[in-house]
Design a protein around this ligand. Structure first.
Ligand SMILES: C[S@@+](CC[C@H](N)C(=O)[O-])C[C@H]1O[C@@H](n2cnc3c(N)ncnc32)[C@H](O)[C@@H]1O
Length: 201
């Protein structure tokens, strides 16, 4: 697949999922904070056109919105943003972007598995290190029975591997979803997903 094919594919994806509600992992993480902490600061890795970002802004969080696709951030900035929104769009690979000091929440919905394993594990280490005590991670990882298993450039972790990666954190959500379904692009797919919210003690 060429770079422009991939970008066109993501642009169609943003169009198709426009106006879907925020992910349940993000909502659970934000709810778990209760009132946003003073200077509440979140980074969204692989934010797409802002499905989750809008909700963070609505609740008064400052957001660093990272995506590899410039089109994602262009579409995010074209959305009606809540008044007083503080969002910094960053076009970057999530495995390379610095995670700002003082971030309370790292959100990555359906994006970390799109990295090859070394980058996935390096990113997870960086997330764990960057979170302060009380900070949270919310997002999805893919399991080995997902029908995309084996695709180059992606990472899949077993339930045991996922739980081992979360060791030492307070796991507030670990929902394993396995179901036949259809991708947003209309292709049949078997999903095997871990929906995760975890807090640094
Ligand atoms: C499945 S979409 C999810 C978008 C959004 N987080 C959501 O939940 O709707 C994955 C997004 O991750 C971005 N992405 C994929 N690999 C990436 C990488 N290595 N670094 C940064 N963004 C990436 C894609 O451009 C796309 O916008």
């Amino acid at each position: 697949m060429t770079e422009s094919d991939r970008s066109a594919g993501w642009a169609a994806y943003y169009q198709q999922l426009r106006d879907r509600p925020p992910r349940k992992t993000l909502l659970a993480a934000l709810d778990a904070f209760g009132e946003a902490p003073p200077d509440a600061h979140v980074i969204d890795l692989g934010c797409g056109d802002g499905r989750d970002v809008i909700e963070m802004l609505r609740r008064g969080w400052k957001v660093v919105a990272v995506d590899a696709e410039p089109e994602a951030l262009r579409q995010l900035q074209a959305r009606p943003l809540p008044e007083g929104s503080d969002v910094t769009p960053v076009v970057a690979q999530l495995e390379e972007v610095p995670i700002p000091l003082g971030v309370h929440l790292v959100n990555s919905s359906f994006a970390m598995p799109l990295c090859e394993p070394a980058a996935f594990h390096r990113t997870w280490e960086r997330i764990r290190e960057a979170l302060p005590p009380g900070g949270r991670f919310s997002g999805q990882w893919y399991g080995p029975r997902d029908s995309w298993f084996g695709r180059p450039g992606m990472t899949f972790v077993s339930r045991e591997e996922a739980l081992a990666l979360l060791e030492g954190l307070d796991v507030e959500m670990f929902d394993e979803e396995e179901a036949d379904g259809v991708t947003p692009r209309g292709n049949a797919k078997h999903w095997h997903i871990f929906h995760i919210v975890a807090k640094k003690s």
